[in-house]
Write a protein that binds this ligand. Structure first.
Ligand code: KIV
Length: 289
């Protein structure tokens, strides 16, 4: 463990004290650096990279190699925040052995601190196996985007009493399996509140209301880099898409009109060297012409 890194016992203590845990996704070095400077506790290298960075419609196509590449850039940059490598679809679905092998790749090849995986049910034995290998696991229940097709799209989960009870049972089972925290995505507030009360480990909400022990948002969503209709839970704290588009449009206009580059953006050379340079003939690679 790197010196100064936020530890799992410190996270547990934050829940005990009632200090909110702040998590945001990160996919590259500038994002990780800015998030750390802003005092963010946890950086999730989420498989939402599929949508916000890699240009896919969902998270399912994201590969282990892509996740390792992104995680490595974040882990190289982040000093204090805990770096969570999100296990992509297919990396823990075949067997416990495969899940452990891929979790180890996140730790050894990408320098992640811990991993995250989705679901309960079959994922419980994966969690047990990975934790037994000495790797911390963050669980994720409610709307689990890797199961988007089975869930019938990106929809709120746990809206009936029986489904809410199932969510509570799943979260408790993840805690019993060894998860150090559980993400609750798109679940009604009373369900998230009951789960948060029932678990000894922290819950991190996304679309799960303010009673969770912490919150997570996708970097591109909260900064306004994604456009169009956003889920109800997204709050845009900036409109960077507009700002970036404006800057790029001005740049394109200035290049085309010759305003950029101006003198202050160019390099000079000593006068005497310039005179020599101007006086001498041009030597061609294939002799004088
Ligand atoms: O992949 C991701 O970014 C996530 C968060 C939305 C929780 O799983």
């Amino acid at each position: 463990m790197k010196p100064g890194k936020l530890t799992l016992p410190e996270l547990a203590a934050m829940k005990a004290r009632g200090d909110k845990i702040v998590m945001v996704t990160a996919y590259d070095a500038p994002g990780a650096r800015l998030a750390e400077q802003a005092g963010i506790d946890i950086l999730l290298v989420g498989d939402t990279a599929g949508m916000v960075v890699l240009g896919h419609e969902g998270t399912v196509p994201v590969t282990m190699d892509e996740m390792l590449f992104l995680t490595r850039t974040v882990a190289r940059t982040a000093k204090r925040p805990l770096v969570v490598g999100d296990m992509p679809f297919g990396s823990y679905h075949v067997s416990d052995e495969d899940a452990v092998r891929n979790a180890i790749r996140f730790i050894k090849e990408a320098d992640a601190d811990v991993v995250k995986l989705e679901g309960a049910g079959p994922s419980l034995s994966r969690v047990r196996a990975i934790v037994s290998a000495g790797i911390g696991v963050m669980g994720h229940v409610g709307l689990t985007p890797q199961s988007e097709t089975i869930l019938g799209g990106f929809k709120t989960q746990g809206r009936t009493a029986s489904k809410a009870r199932q969510l509570l049972a799943d979260a408790l089972a993840l805690e019993a399996a060894g998860c150090f925290a559980v993400v609750l995505e798109a679940v009604p507030v009373p369900v998230a509140a009951r789960i948060t009360d029932s678990l000894t480990v922290p819950t991190i909400g996304i679309g799960a209301g303010a009673t969770c022990d912490g919150q997570v948002l996708v970097y591109h969503d909260l900064l306004g880099l994604t456009e169009g209709r956003a889920p109800r839970f997204v709050k845009r704290y900036a409109n960077l898409a507009e700002e970036i588009r404006r800057a790029l449009t001005v740049y394109a206009g200035e290049v085309r009109s010759g305003i950029y580059p101006a003198e202050e953006h160019t390099y000079a050379m000593p006068e005497d060297e310039l005179e020599l340079f101007s006086a001498e003939g041009v030597e061609h690679a294939h002799g004088e012409r």
